[in-house]
Design a protein. Structure first.
Length: 210
């Protein structure tokens, strides 16, 4: 068994390689589970089906929707939408205060609601007397807040990846999120080539004689 003294005699590269080896043994890749692979395939099929269906629906709307339409539920729609935004802000504040990982999802959801709010304001008020106010609201409030939410979510995700890299014994800057594997398996491959650690077997140094 390797004791603490022997670990201290190892070089940083040897300790990082040992950490990777232990992580590979103790944490098998989730995609080895056939149930997870089956769910992944079903999820991909569902997403592709949604893309095709939505593209067809957009074409139908372009051909059939009138240029103008009078709604009888205008107040309920906008009050309900603002209540959803309020719930998003409140949930985000709660998760941030308690330092919960779910804050990343809540920030993305709240930021998306803000973008939708700006879009509907600008699209529905275009050509009317309230368009200038909608532009000011989007530029000064909704878009900056949405950007802050997305930027904070990205920063927290990168911090999480950085922690995983440390636990896996990887050094170097956190790679772009689009390059990071979903389950962190093969995370070293996401690093620039000059920063990748060579995966060589670790040989423990000689034990100290008693």
């Amino acid at each position: 068994m390797i004791d603490e003294a022997e670990l201290r005699r190892m070089s940083p590269d040897e300790r990082r390689e040992l950490a990777r080896a232990l992580a590979a043994i103790d944490l098998p890749h989730p995609m080895m589970d056939p149930r997870i692979r089956r769910r992944r395939r079903l999820g991909l099929l569902l997403i592709m089906g949604c893309c095709v269906g939505l593209a067809v629906w957009i074409a139908i709307l372009i051909l059939t929707l009138p240029q103008r339409h009078t709604s009888t539920d205008w107040r309920a729609v906008w009050v309900g939408f603002d209540i959803a935004e309020l719930a998003g802000f409140a949930a985000t504040a709660w998760a941030a205060w308690h330092q919960r990982q779910v804050v990343i999802f809540l920030m993305i959801g709240t930021g998306t609601l803000l973008l939708c709010d700006a879009w509907f304001d600008l699209a529905l008020d275009y050509g009317s007397g309230g368009f200038a106010l909608s532009v000011a609201s989007a530029v000064l409030a909704e878009l900056p807040l949405a950007f802050m939410m997305f930027a904070a979510a990205r920063r927290l995700a990168r911090v999480t990846v950085g922690t995983l890299m440390e636990l896996a014994g990887l050094s170097g800057p956190v790679p772009p999120l689009w390059r990071v594997p979903l389950f962190a398996d093969g995370l070293h491959e996401a690093l620039p080539a000059r920063l990748r650690q060579r995966r060589e077997p670790v040989t423990a140094g000689p034990r100290a004689s008693s």
